[in-house]
Design a protein around this ligand. Structure first.
Ligand code: SF4
Ligand code: SF4
Length: 483
């Protein structure tokens, strides 16, 4: 953060009232309505290095995720077709609706609260779109075509052999990466085993899977080769929510207009004290913060919906400030209120309260997830059936037992009556449920006639795996109709 200066008479919220036309124009569209291609300068600096580290960790998780197993389950799986989901190795089935609802609610509140306090940290540091665009595809582009000025020159140049070669190489690599990303998405949806089958078997045996593989590849190629920042500025709903989620206390990538304005070019050797005495701010109007911006905006116009908080402008401005001998932090993580009151990053009671609320919610969700049982069972009377008196004098009622095995190992269970004579018989022998499957079987509950004293008799049935009681059911055992 920069050192504190005497307050300057800049207007709060609209620092650059003179150049106010940014409000009426998209940075990526020219006056004739055609797309203006963004050529951001290659970012560098301490925050970019930190983002690189985070991105490589995220990419490592993203690439290996479908093959990582926790307790035999995938790290992440979103099998929409078969309604099976795995998060951190915890399998979720259609009946886990309550947990799913709590998870959705927690996720939504987390997004709202987190964004209200910390702005778009997600967009700049964690979103796969930003990570892949800025840390993978853009890096390939810089490697092949050079920094922004060279890219512009190449785009304007005639189609020479060199240009064709560079474009073929770039789009060839883009296509290969898109193929990998498309396959990864497929692996997260159908599981790594089925993806391996699609890759190794002839395409004719997996026409649907093969079609989606091609579609996902083309989709990602289109996004990263052409659509780019428009995914964040036009399509992503999260970006469009910013105007209602952020307030003056939200911490965002912000330009300190009180310190920077009125901006002005710096003559060689000019000292900061001379500028202050002359009424000029610290911004030397070098435009570097605009040139590095991947969405093409000028952060000096204030917080804008297009800003993905990628921090490139912070690094760029810090490098300029260091070069001219001014304090860094003219663009920094700060809230509007913090800038107006001349404060740095402060932990307010609001931040503490929101963070505590998030912790409570995530703890509750964690409790729900980790206290789930590995087996889910139902034991229901067959509709419309009555009691039957068997030839040996016992009375029978008829049920259906349904057991879901959420583990990966086969599970053998048996049903026992709890606390009284009689038995539960499963026609067809012991009940064995293969891993991750559901088995449904008829069950006959018999009691000695002497113990059936009324029309409805309360009984309890337990489902056991070995000696462990997995689930208990209380049911009414019907006695025979009176003659
Ligand atoms: S304004 Fe700065 S933080 Fe926002 S997108 Fe542009 S370069 Fe990134
Ligand atoms: S990089 Fe800093 S000094 Fe240069 S124009 Fe942007 S805010 Fe001003």
């Amino acid at each position: 953060m920069g050192t504190q200066l005497p307050p300057r008479p800049a207007a709060s919220g609209t620092p650059n009232a003179v150049e106010d036309d940014f409000r009426d124009h998209l940075p990526t569209v020219d006056s004739s309505g055609r797309r203006r291609w963004i050529y951001p300068r290659r970012p560098s600096g301490r925050l970019h290095r930190a983002r690189l580290v985070v991105s490589w960790i995220l990419l490592a998780v993203l690439v290996t995720g479908p093959w990582i197993r926790i307790g035999g389950n995938p790290l992440l799986l979103f099998d929409i077709v078969n309604r099976r989901f795995s998060i951190l190795g915890q399998m979720f089935w259609p009946h886990d609706t309550f947990i799913f609802a709590v998870a959705m609610l927690t996720g939504f509140i987390m997004i709202v609260l987190f964004t209200a306090v910390f702005g778009r940290v997600w967009c700049g540091w964690l979103c796969p779109q930003t990570v892949l665009m800025e840390m993978v595809f853009r890096k390939v582009e810089y490697w092949i075509e050079g920094d922004a000025p060279k890219q512009k020159r190449l785009a304007a140049a005639p189609w020479t052999l060199e240009k064709i070669g560079k474009r073929v190489l770039k789009y060839g690599i883009f296509f290969a990466i898109s193929f990998v990303v498309g396959n990864l998405l497929l692996a997260y949806i159908i599981g790594s085993e089925r993806l391996t089958e699609i890759i190794t078997d002839p395409p004719s045996e997996h026409l649907v899977g093969f079609t989606f593989m091609i579609l996902f590849t083309l989709l990602f190629f289109g996004i990263f080769a052409r659509f780019r920042e428009q995914a964040c500025t036009f399509v992503c709903p999260y970006g469009r929510f910013q105007s209602v989620l952020l307030d003056d206390h939200s911490i965002v990538v912000a330009y300190d207009d009180r310190r920077g304005e009125p901006r002005g070019r710096r003559s060689r050797g000019q000292q900061r004290e001379e500028r202050i005495a002359g009424g000029t701010g610290d911004c030397v109007d070098c435009h570097l913060c605009v040139e590095v911006c991947p969405t093409g905006i000028d952060i000096r116009n204030g917080t804008q919906m297009e800003c993905v908080n990628c921090t490139a402008c912070i690094d760029a401005c810090d490098s300029v400030m260091s070069r001219v001998g001014f304090p860094t932090g003219l663009i920094r993580y700060a809230s509007r209120a913090g800038i107006d009151e001349g404060e740095g990053l402060t932990i307010t009671p609001r931040i503490v309260a929101y963070t505590a609320a998030l912790l409570v919610l995530t703890t509750f969700l964690g409790f729900l997830v980790f206290s789930r049982t590995d087996v889910h069972a139902t034991f229901l009377r067959n509709p419309g059936t009555l009691a039957q008196v068997l030839p040996d004098g016992q009375v029978a009622n008829f049920y259906t037992v349904r057991v879901m095995n959420k583990t990966n190992e086969p599970l053998e269970v048996e049903l026992r009556l709890l606390g009284q004579g009689g038995q539960v018989t499963l026609p067809g022998g012991p009940l064995t449920i293969p891993g991750r499957e559901i088995v449904e079987r008829p069950a006959v509950l018999t009691l000695p006639a002497a113990t059936v004293r009324s029309r409805e008799n309360e009984v309890a049935v337990g489902i056991f795996a070995g000696d462990e009681l997995i689930e208990r059911f209380d049911t009414n055992f019907f006695g025979p109709e009176s003659p």
